[in-house]
Design a protein around this ligand. Sequence first.
Ligand code: ZN
Length: 113
Amino acid sequence: MGRVTRPGVVSPEVVGLRRKHVPLRRCVVCGAQRPKAELTRIVRGAEGGLLVDAPPKAPGRGAYVCRAEACLEQAAKGRAISRALDRPVTDEAARRLRELAEPSPAGRPDAGP
Ligand SMILES: [Zn+2]
């Protein structure tokens, strides 16, 4: 068989990397875009407080921060969050952010069953 491989023709390679569309959100600290699951959501509550690590369905204006220690620490300092949500970071919210930033060997203390 005189079959010649033609190097110019490349069949489109189907790679299993692109699964379904993953919604991306931007970290307000470092600006990186990541899937929502890799970010901590901070929501501006109706009462004026901030809800740290809010569930995805929590209503309200939200900001996202990487689950990385550096980004959470920066977020706790307040500037990135207060700029994104137009609201100062409360002591309570800053404390929660620092808690999330700290690697706890026994896992998250408030992790329910
Ligand atoms: Zn970040």
